[in-house]
Design a protein around this ligand. Structure first.
Ligand SMILES: Cc1ncc(COP(=O)(O)O)c(C=O)c1O
Length: 376
């Protein structure tokens, strides 16, 4: 007869002191978890800045043709070469990874341990912060300036703290605002020695021409991050890439998950990259959806922030408590949206570009959500 061991308690787990010290939080509660909690699916999924317009039909064909019993090429050779050719640079400057989120994790692991400092903006994309905490780094923040991330303040804080990494998303999530590339090129001259700028360009394909700064890929001061999750419509496939100096790119090979890339995702991303005319089609749909969201906002007395992304931040005209009440009112009606975390940006709610049908559902739900919030 099998003897029953005494069950262990959590305190018996031999976690590292760092892991034990971490809060039990995740960067985002997913819409699926929210649906399970509500006991109903959302009628419109407008909160995660995915691309509801989907990938090119050629992507589905390429993914279906893959021999999925094989591991993916651990060197991501074909995709790296294609990305490099797309940018007109050498493949030694490209690292492919499991989305920007995965690459940020590797990057932080390469640079940050207990006692290391990093800088970001208060209320900026939180996954970077999550990785920093997970590696025991110390995060310093600066505030947004007029709803934009503020390169001068970020770099000044970097100098003050001796930070090894400074994070800046251009265009920014959650506000959708952006800087002209030339602004960042000039700011780079003030980046303290020994610090690397992590330039997150997740939304660059939605931004006006000139938003991407011209930076030599061999410049050791910058690593840029791009993704197939947004305009290419492949968020679920988890493919992104970093562009940087060859020694930094090479360092990823020391820590990355060797077979981390899914073979179907590699093939899908390659097909997506090769179908640039489909990309243009999605860019047009995003532009139309942004305009429609702005019209829905003004019909309801709200203002829309200018956006260079696939979402629009709507200023609800009061504080974070009011905006949260509007958001709750939308969620209660089956419209999944999110909002910024930090004041004063949290006076806004953030609406991802949706199909006409999804935006109709949002337009129908917004007046009720506003009434609910105004009644307090
Ligand atoms: C600024 C920013 N960076 C990165 C990501 C995540 O990108 P990926 O899906 O490639 O991990 C997002 C997604 O919302 C984002 O807004």
């Amino acid at each position: 007869m099998a003897c029953r061991a005494t069950p262990r308690t959590m305190t018996d787990l031999r976690l590292t002191p760092l892991t034990t010290s971490l809060p039990s939080t995740v960067p985002f509660v997913g819409p699926e978890a929210q649906e399970r909690a509500r006991g109903a699916t959302f009628a419109a999924r407008l909160g995660a800045n995915e691309s509801v317009f989907g990938p090119s039909p050629k992507v589905a064909e390429a993914m279906a043709a893959v021999d999925i019993w094989k591991y993916g090429d651990p060197e991501n050779h074909d995709l790296r070469e294609a990305v490099a050719a797309h940018h007109g640079i050498d493949a030694q400057h490209i690292m492919v990874g499991e989305g920007i989120d995965g690459l940020l994790g590797y990057l932080v692991r390469l640079f940050v341990g207990p006692g290391d400092h990093v800088v970001t903006s208060l209320g900026a994309y939180p996954t970077f912060n999550y990785h920093v905490a997970g590696h025991g780094g110390t995060l310093h923040t600066v505030t947004y300036k007029d709803d934009h991330e503020d390169p001068a303040a970020l770099f000044a804080k970097t100098a003050e703290t001796g930070a090894k990494l400074v994070y800046l998303a251009n265009p920014d999530n959650p506000m959708g605002t952006w800087h002209d590339g030339a602004v960042l090129e000039r700011a780079l001259d003030t980046l303290p020695d020994g610090c690397v700028l992590v330039l997150d360009e997740a939304y660059i394909e939605c931004a006006p021409h000139g938003t991407a700064p011209e930076i030599d890929p061999a410049d050791p001061r910058v690593i840029r991050m791009r993704t197939f999750s947004k305009v290419y419509g492949l968020a679920g496939a988890r493919v992104g890439y970093a562009i940087g100096a060859a020694p930094l790119i090479d360092a990823f090979n020391k820590v990355r998950n060797h077979f981390g890339m899914n073979r179907a995702a590699q093939a899908g991303a390659l097909a997506a990259l090769h179908d640039q005319s489909y990309l243009a089609h999605v860019q047009a749909q995003i532009g139309a959806a942004r305009d429609r969201i702005a019209r829905i906002a003004s019909d309801n007395g709200l203002s829309a922030l200018p956006s260079a992304t696939n979402f629009v931040a709507l200023d609800c005209g009061a504080d974070g408590v009011f905006a949260k009440a509007v958001l709750d009112g939308l969620i209660a009606q089956g419209i999944f949206v999110r909002m910024p975390f930090a004041a004063p940006q949290n006076r806004c709610i953030r609406i991802s570009c949706g199909t006409a049908e999804h935006l109709d559902a949002f337009a129908a739900a917004l007046p009720t959500a506003l009434n609910h919030a105004r009644k307090g």
